[in-house]
Design a protein around this ligand. Structure first.
Ligand SMILES: Cc1cc2nc3c(=O)[nH]c(=O)nc-3n(C[C@H](O)[C@H](O)[C@H](O)COP(=O)(O)O)c2cc1C
Length: 185
């Protein structure tokens, strides 16, 4: 589809690190296909943790009015979302987990979902560990979240041995996978 709105949510504090590099590759391919893209770097944004106030269960918005407000609007409007995070201590980075908690706004009180279904999703992760299987459980849990919110997962790129922020640039195979996912949106 041409002229889709594609947004990327990046959880790494290293803007041009491995996650950022692979996310940019997905976005560049999406631009080449004629789509509009926007990248949100969570580490540059003012996003507080969910306060569990339940305001969003009786209102169509979060009571906190921080930078998550514009990201929530962007998610509502997006046709595709590229989710990117490094693995920190056997989990996604805290910047990304804080973002995930704030997605509570998209649940109705009975856990049906307010977010329009059928948005496409791409997942980009990076880790220091060279074994791609080590964090399968983390990636599977995130897939459950995507399924719950009605996303259609187009694919994922899992960078390994990503200690250096430049490592992904050397992984031509993964860069090509990221480009192909951007083209497939
Ligand atoms: C605080 C912190 C915790 C980390 N924990 C892990 C970990 O548990 N397992 C792992 O494989 N890599 C871990 N890493 C390494 C990062 O996942 C790795 O460097 C990744 O490529 C960073 O992505 P980026 O280049 O996009 O920032 C950690 C790095 C930091 C800074």
């Amino acid at each position: 589809m041409i002229n889709m709105k594609v947004i990327a949510v990046v959880g790494s504090p290293r803007k041009d690190g491995n996650v950022g590099t692979l996310v940019n590759e997905v976005l560049s391919a999406a631009v080449e296909n004629g789509n509009q893209v926007e990248r949100y770097d969570l580490n540059q944004m003012d996003i507080r943790g969910c306060q569990a106030c339940m305001y969003c269960k009786t209102h169509d918005r979060c009571r906190l009015d921080d930078d998550m407000s514009r990201l929530m609007e962007a998610m509502r409007a997006a046709d595709a979302v590229v989710f990117g995070s490094p693995v920190y201590f056997w989990q996604f980075a805290s910047q990304f987990r804080t973002f995930i908690d704030r997605l509570y706004v998209f649940f109705n009180p009975d856990f049906t979902v307010k977010l329009p279904k059928g948005k496409k999703a791409v997942v980009i992760t990076s880790q220091g560990n060279p074994d791609v299987g080590t964090f399968d459980a983390v990636f599977k849990d995130f897939e459950r979240l995507l399924m719950t919110y009605g996303f259609e997962k187009v694919g994922a790129v899992h960078m390994v041995a990503g200690g250096s922020p430049d490592a992904a640039r050397e992984r031509k195979d993964l860069m090509e996978e990221a480009w192909a996912l951007g083209k497939a949106l």
